[in-house]
Design a protein around this ligand. Structure first.
Ligand code: PXP
Length: 241
């Protein structure tokens, strides 16, 4: 099976810092440690309400990390302006609601089609790869492909909440296969952990996993380097590498 990339979402380090509006812990320093431990990329979500990652973090990440930056954001004018200036490796467009604790569902690619299409075009024009965070649903995948996006990130939350419910995993596998047949690259993420990552990592079409909360939580006990290495090991085993 092909190598599967691990991107570490370091928002949760910033969440701890923002609890005190302090300078520590620094998500950029954490990102560097993740890279040293084998992360293939760093993901950061700049939310409209700036509840964790701040604009200055994104700028420092872009100039510090030696892998690649996946900027997660809503398809708003403000975020697209920033993406055009910064030109991260990838932008993953996500839905955003102020009241949510974390991203709760995939994008509405039907109602949001016009705005998403425009955002994808703007990103393409400046050489930034685009990805859409979507639910594992056939119609959603087809509509995403119609928008001209490079990749989709499958929302693994439903699987993570009910890993023993066979339908949740089957939906991910079927969606991944459909997406590839439509010319899309496939990423996945949300709620993945050392305990549930293997079956998702074993889906051959999924090239990349984005994992945050479980790694940062585990880092309190074993350090962030080992937390990354543990997940990496599970992914490697799952793919029989
Ligand atoms: N992918 C997307 C689009 C997300 O919004 C998040 C949460 O920040 C993740 C992946 C990572 O999820 P988790 O923190 O549960 O690992």
């Amino acid at each position: 099976m092909t190598y599967q990339r691990l991107y570490v979402n370091i928002d949760h380090v910033a969440t701890v810092r923002q609890a005190r509006r302090s300078v520590d812990p620094d998500p950029v320093a954490a990102a560097v440690l993740c890279e040293r431990a084998g992360a293939d990329g760093i993901t950061a979500h700049l939310r409209e309400d700036r509840r964790h990652i701040q604009d200055a973090d994104v700028l420092r990440l872009a100039s510090t990390i030696t892998t690649v930056l996946n900027l997660e954001c809503a398809a708003t004018e403000e975020m697209l302006d920033l993406a055009e200036r910064l030109r991260p490796f990838t932008v993953t467009l996500v839905p955003e609601r102020r009241e949510e604790v974390t991203t709760e569902g995939g994008l509405d690619v039907v109602r949001g089609a016009a705005g998403l299409r425009l955002a994808i075009e703007r990103l393409k024009r400046v050489g930034v790869k685009s990805s859409l965070f979507v639910d594992a649903d056939a119609e959603t995948i087809r509509r995403s492909a119609d928008l001209g996006v490079d990749a989709i990130e499958l929302h693994t939350g439903p699987y993570a909440h009910a890993p023993l419910e066979p339908r949740t995993l089957a939906a991910l596998a079927e969606s991944a296969s459909l997406a590839v047949s439509l010319g899309l690259r496939v990423h996945a993420g949300h709620g993945l952990s050392i305990g549930n990552v293997r079956p998702v990592a074993a889906i051959p079409e999924i090239e990349e996993l984005n994992i945050g909360h479980a790694i940062v939580g585990r880092a309190l006990f074993v350090g962030i380097g080992d937390a990354v290495r543990e997940i990496r090991r599970e992914m490697t085993r799952a793919r029989g590498e």
